[in-house]
Design a protein around this ligand. Sequence first.
Ligand SMILES: Nc1ncnc2c1ncn2[C@@H]1O[C@H](COP(=O)(O)OP(=O)(O)OP(=O)(O)O)[C@@H](O)[C@H]1O
Ligand SMILES: [Mg+2]
Length: 336
Amino acid sequence: MIDNARALRPSHIPSDLHHRDAKIEQLADALRPIADGDRGENVLVFGPSGTGKTTLAKFVVQELERETLDFRWGYHNCISGSSKAAVLYGIMRDAGLGADLRKAGSPTSEFIHRLRESDRRVVAIIDEVDVLEDDTTLQALYELPNVTIVAITIDEDDLFAHIDSRVRSRLRSAETLRLERFTHAQLVDILQARIRAGLRPGTITSDAIHYTADVAAGDAREAIGILRSAARAVMRENDRSQITTAVVDDNRTAAREEIHLDRVEDLGTHKRLLYDIIEAAGEVPATELHEAYEQRAQTPKATSTRRRYLSNLEDKYGLIDSSGNGKGKAYAVPEF
Ligand SMILES: Nc1ncnc2c1ncn2[C@@H]1O[C@H](COP(=O)(O)OP(=O)(O)OP(=O)(O)O)[C@@H](O)[C@H]1O
Ligand SMILES: [Mg+2]
């Protein structure tokens, strides 16, 4: 059934991106000066979940890497760490700079220094930038003459509404790339390419491909997730040899659960701790959650920071639900 599991993993960067030629070109153009030894234009990438923002950014930067000497790029997802130190350290380390530095115990200025002192051009891909805790993070990167920023987030208005006005005006002058949901036909193409790359021939019906594209409604992450869950299910169940629409139906929930778990895996320490407490309790009143957190966290974050983390977990990632208000507020993990 499964021939190449890598092709079905969510983090997989395919060798060909489908239906994004114009966007690839736009991003490549913005970064092109880097190949000539200059600084690129900063770029903002917007679009709903599963439209390929992360994949597009990594794809284009990898291409640039192939043709550019003295070039490094670093990727950081703010879901894994949203403080200034976490972001700058993440970018620096992922770009292969400052391998000798440890995150704890090094001042943030040292990470900036390492980026600046590197005699290379650096692209910093900052994913889920809307959850950044400290707007001066972007400011610090803007000020580095050798660094170009590619910042990614779902919603444009939401980002501009929450960001410091100085950073906002800088961001407004960045090149903007907007990705739309894939159409049904585009998702079918993407699925077919993944099927060729990942599954043995003849293991999925044409109806099932179209049905998966329908169900995923423009979201490639969901479409590929369903394919993966369905393929696994068929492997487990000996009486089925093909992915049919019925198999897709049976595995939609499993696919959604798996996408949820992938996001949980990416959470940074404190967000993860909050999530784990809620998950273990089923449903937990806010006051109990805070108490449990304070007991378990080594260096607890301020209550206001925790509240922001919780609201991000709920509104931006959909990983938790809340009910009630004020003292009656409670948190739970959503049902699938
Ligand atoms: N143009 C494309 N062609 C083929 N596959 C793609 C394309 N764009 C994205 N994908 C695949 O779709 C999945 C989702 O893409 P990606 O993670 O980049 O979306 P995203 O916009 O970053 O979503 P999120 O906002 O949830 O992080 C990945 O498995 C990726 O490999
Ligand atoms: Mg992404």
